[in-house]
Write a protein that binds this ligand. Structure first.
Ligand code: AMP
Ligand code: MG
Length: 417
């Protein structure tokens, strides 16, 4: 049976359904606006290195003042939505460009840095009284090198253009402001205090292909993930489990959000009101379908297929890029997510923190392949046994057994070679 990966490719000519999704993305601006004026003093203050430094509260103080993380969640949703708009502009231009420029990595570079700068800016602007620590993928080192001036100019232009279109903030960033905003992401995280965790574009390979990607933002407090937001600009608002007849008309652009103890929600990136979501209630693994990475280099597809066989799963794998998988799982599009990186790869916290809280608040369970909880308090990396598995509470025991049997068989056959 053909993999659903093909069906989820927005660029696959044999799949006109999702090709149409990319044309339903919001239109890019007709022209890029450039603001040469210096940024206002308030902005300079926001990015003052003194304020950017990690003024950690003690865990106890931090938890005591946690309240309900209401305003932090609102700020996170705003930040991810604004960053998503920038990414959509870049991806739209990329999808329309010729083959040669599609193999060029610079669009993703520009969108990655631009997204990180915007998230940093929005969080600091929305939460001015809070200390700020951001663990994120990018820093400005390469952008400060000779030869990067044009890239920095393009990023700054895109950031300012996106802010202008959004209209919420009457601010204009200089190139130096953009560099400083990007460098807010140098924090190491850890078990104490609050740390924002950001993947400015999760699934860069999917982004370049014109497929799925996500802006993934979470907040750690005392080492626990307390809220998370996933902006998935190309994910259909309705289930991707069964491609339907009318999928040409499917609207795309989902914003998933979750706050500890409060459940998980989904809304349109265009601003519908949030609706509560739940993981699939499937109890019989034969009826389950499973998600995995589109890229075989990111997860061992052969191992997943052995696990699926052990569980009696009949449906083909649904292969999509990024933490959009966690979002789709959280709303019940499929019942299982399997991720088994090849030997030696270390998972980063920004690749899972937001997805983790969205799916667990939707009633799911996420563990490593040995059944251990995921621990986000160890710094920039997740220390894991073999891989990550996610499903509902009913299916987890059977899934864990199938995973452990498959992993054992794989290592036994490897030792025979
Ligand atoms: P996915 O689209 O789910 O495959 O995950 C995308 C993320 O995988 C990227 O954002 C990378 O951080 C991460 N990644 C990059 N290289 C690898 C690798 N060799 N194995 C596992 N994950 C990777
Ligand atoms: Mg990533």
């Amino acid at each position: 049976m053909a993999s659903r990966a093909a069906l989820l490719s927005t660029k696959n000519p044999s799949c006109p359904r999702l090709s149409a999704f990319s044309s339903s993305l919001p239109k890019p601006p007709h022209r890029l606006l450039f603001f040469p004026s210096p940024p206002p003093c308030r902005l300079r203050r926001l990015f003052s290195p003194l304020l950017s430094y990690n003024l950690h509260r003690s865990p106890a103080a931090s938890m005591a003042s946690a309240a309900s993380y209401e305003k932090e969640l609102a700020a996170a949703k705003k930040a991810a939505s604004v960053a998503a708009r920038l990414c959509q502009t870049v991806q739209k231009a990329l999808v329309q460009s010729d083959v040669q420029s599609k193999s060029d990595k610079s669009p993703v570079t520009v969108a990655d840095y631009g997204s990180q700068a915007l998230v940093s800016l929005v969080l600091k602007t929305e939460l001015p009284s809070e200390s700020f620590s951001l663990v994120a993928e990018e820093d400005s080192g390469d952008l400060r090198k000779d030869g990067a001036q044009e890239t920095l100019r393009r990023i700054t232009e895109l950031v300012n253009n996106t802010l202008s279109i959004d209209g919420t903030y009457n601010i204009t960033l200089s190139e130096e402001d953009v560099l400083v905003a990007i460098d807010s992401g140098k924090s190491e995280g850890g078990p104490n205090g609050r740390h924002w965790v950001l993947d400015p574009i999760d699934g860069t390979k999917g982004f370049l292909r014109g497929d799925q990607y996500a802006i993934a933002l979470a907040l750690l407090d005392g080492g626990r993930v307390v809220l998370g937001v996933l902006a998935c600009p190309n994910l259909p608002l309705t289930s991707i489990a069964i491609p339907d007849e009318h999928s040409l008309q499917k609207q795309v652009g989902c914003l998933f959000s979750a706050k500890i103890g409060d459940g998980a929600f989904m809304q349109s990136l265009n601003g519908s009101s949030p609706t509560k979501i739940h993981v699939s209630a499937i109890e019989n693994s034969e009826d389950a379908s499973f998600f995995e990475s589109f890229e075989a280099a990111h997860s061992m597809h052969d191992l997943s297929s052995v696990i699926a066989e052990k569980l009696g799963v009949r449906a083909p794998p649904v292969r999509i890029d990024s933490q959009a998988k966690y979002g789709a799982l959280a709303r019940g599009d499929g019942a299982i997510y399997l991720r088994f990186p090849h030997k030696g790869y270390r998972e980063k916290i920004w690749d899972h923190a937001a997805g983790y809280i969205v799916v667990t608040e939707a009633g799911g369970v996420a563990t490593d392949a040995a059944g251990n909880n995921l621990d986000f308090s160890k710094g920039r990396y997740l220390d894991l046994d073999t891989g990550i598995i996610v499903t509902n509470k009913k299916l987890m025991p059977a899934l864990l057994k199938a995973v452990q049997d498959a992993v054992k068989e794989k290592s036994q056959s490897a030792s025979l070679l």
